[in-house]
Design a protein around this ligand. Structure first.
Ligand code: NDP
Length: 452
């Protein structure tokens, strides 16, 4: 029987290999470290997981597609972007994961997101594998017509790699209902098929599930509430800081408010807004979802309770709860120290990998409940899988039914992470619990299916 420390040194060696084989992909290295650094206890305890090649296969995508996306802007100028789809692991079901349109997108970013997605999807208990895609296209400031032409060109290549039984993309940063509509339209046109299960996050009149737009944010708040319950508290009367002002942030604020918490911030890449009366969601939705404006407009229109802090980070605002909901590495060691100084009780990740490893360490050491994204934000992909189920059955469920299923799934993910952490001598450590529980499910399926 190998000891934990022998196993850890094998995993460390593999991490060095990963860095050599995948140069210039720091986000992917970070995600691989985050998972592999917690697996030693389970690999040492279950010899079948130490089988040569198992973890090596897990860190190598099954398929990676990169392609040219040419399109014409409104002035008739030809623009060229790069498209990606990384099909990471399909041991549990068709590849499933969003598309991100943001100028920072590159292969390493998509690989980090796809790798995280494997374990997240496994934690939902549903039959979905892990994948992710996107482009370095920046939708900010682009007209609807430009976004449509871009989406059509993107899908003109992507369509040959996806399908309801193969790979099912959805939204992520820069990809919401508008983009999914254009992508679906082009897929339907090229294939001449009404294959509604090929994309999720569709419009509600044509195959989209009720509660899908809300699911990631709602789910994260339910996860935060479950962590608080473990501490003998609830969300009523707690002050919360939320970053971002997109899909995840908006529905995080909505659910926090519904459960009696006071969400006092939101942000975008220009800075943040703090509103001591609590964020007025109607106004935020109007500015962000209808006008596609910036958060400073919120402070201008809201009146005396709100102010805009250009370039600042929400973490400097004192709060009981912090829910990062914008992007990766947006909460660092200094931010964590500020949150701890201000008495934060729980941090729950709506975004993917928003907290740096140093910040996670600091928060956990200080006894702050920390919910990692692969568990806390899994509600979005879970409801996407429910959308696929509804499409397959050619039916649609009520909002109440979907919300109930979402609540059950989030409770089950919380329990699984909590119990797994205890089983492996790491009580209260949701990072270890989520990584090991997700890994066990995928690894068992991979072992059963042979060396492929
Ligand atoms: P949106 O595009 O709807 O919103 C993103 C928000 O984050 C915007 O306010 C944006 O501001 C801000 N943001 C993005 N990049 C940066 C940056 N580099 N610096 C500062 N602010 C930034 O995306 P979502 O809400 O869908 O996604 C947010 C996070 O949640 C991502 O990490 C995503 O991977 C994760 N997630 C999303 C799921 C979903 O269902 N949508 C599911 C699970 C996780 P600006 O407009 O100025 O760029």
């Amino acid at each position: 029987m190998t000891t934990r420390s022998e196993t850890q040194s094998t995993l460390d060696h593999l991490l060095t290999e990963i860095e050599h084989r995948n140069p210039a992909q720091p986000e992917f290295h970070q995600a691989a470290h985050e998972v592999l650094e917690t697996l030693a206890p389970v690999v040492a305890a279950r010899p079948e997981y130490a089988e040569p090649g198992l973890i090596e296969r897990l860190v190598e995508p099954e398929r990676q597609v990169m392609f040219r996306v040419p399109w014409q802007d409104d002035q008739g100028r030809v623009r060229v972007n790069r498209g990606f789809r990384v099909e990471f692991n399909s041991a549990l079901g068709p590849y499933k994961g969003g598309l991100r349109f943001h100028p920072s997108v590159n292969l390493g970013v998509i690989k980090f997101l796809g790798f995280e997605q494997i374990f997240k999807n496994a934690l939902t208990g549903l039959g979905i594998g892990g994948g992710k895609g996107g482009s370095d296209f920046d939708p900010h400031g682009r007209s609807d017509a430009e976004v449509m032409r871009f989406c059509q060109s993107f899908m003109t290549e992507l369509y040959r790699h996806i399908g309801e039984h193969t790979d099912v993309p959805a939204g992520d940063i820069g990809v919401g209902g508008r983009e999914i509509g254009y992508l679906f339209g082009q897929y339907r046109r090229i294939t001449n098929r009404w294959e509604s299960g090929v994309l999720t996050g569709k419009g509600q009149g044509w195959g989209g599930s009720l509660i899908r737009p809300e699911a990631t944010g709602y789910g994260n708040v339910l996860f935060a509430a479950a962590m608080m319950r473990e501490r003998g508290e609830d969300l009523e009367g707690q002050t919360a800081v939320v970053s971002g002002s997109g899909n995840v942030a908006i529905y995080t604020i909505e659910k926090l408010t519904a459960l009696g918490a006071n969400a006092v911030t939101c942000s975008d890449s220009s800075g943040y807004v703090v509103d001591e009366k609590g964020i007025d969601l109607d106004l935020l939705k109007q500015i962000k979802e209808v006008e596609r404006g910036r958060v400073d407009a919120y402070a201008e229109r809201r009146g005396a309770s709100a102010r805009f802090v250009p370039g600042g980070r929400v973490w400097e605002v004192p709060a009981d709860l912090a829910l990062p909901s914008a992007t990766q590495n947006e909460l660092d060691e200094n931010d964590a120290a500020t949150l701890i100084r201000n008495g934060v009780k729980a941090v729950s990740e709506g975004a993917n990998m928003p907290t740096t490893p140093e910040a996670v360490h600091l928060l956990q050491q200080a006894g702050v409940a920390f919910g990692p994204g692969k568990a806390a934000n899994a509600g979005g992909v879970a409801v996407s899988a429910l959308e696929m189920a509804q499409n397959h059955a050619r039916t649609s469920w009520t909002a109440a039914r979907v919300e109930e299923e979402l609540a059950d799934i989030m409770t089950s993910i919380h329990t699984t992470c909590h119990e797994t952490a205890e089983r492996y001598d790491a009580p209260g450590d949701y990072v270890t619990g989520a990584n090991i529980a997700g890994f066990e499910r995928v690894a068992d399926a991979m072992l059963a299916q042979g060396v492929i």
